[in-house]
Design a protein. Structure first.
Length: 82
């Protein structure tokens, strides 16, 4: 999808649901999907964001680029996970 918001490493739309390969070895506990970006919270407490990175909405610090694959939010670990 647009800006990589589906997390498959490209901008192609999908007609049917498709597993995100980056999470095949992880247990995802929760997902929040917006119009142009998404977040996933894993069972181990890691948080991943992908999609449109404009204005820092993905939480990747100074990296404002679009992320076509889920990328772990590094600052989350130093802030203390739940």
């Amino acid at each position: 999808g647009l800006c990589g918001r589906l997390g498959h490493g490209n901008q192609q739309n999908q007609l049917l649901p498709k597993k995100i390969e980056a999470f095949l070895a992880r247990r995802v506990a929760a997902v929040s999907a917006g119009a142009v970006h998404s977040l996933a919270f894993t069972a181990t407490g890691a948080v991943f964001a992908w999609g449109k990175g404009e204005y820092g909405c993905l939480g990747h610090g100074e990296d404002l680029s679009n992320q076509q694959l889920p990328k772990e939010i590094e600052g989350w670990a130093s802030a203390g996970r739940w």
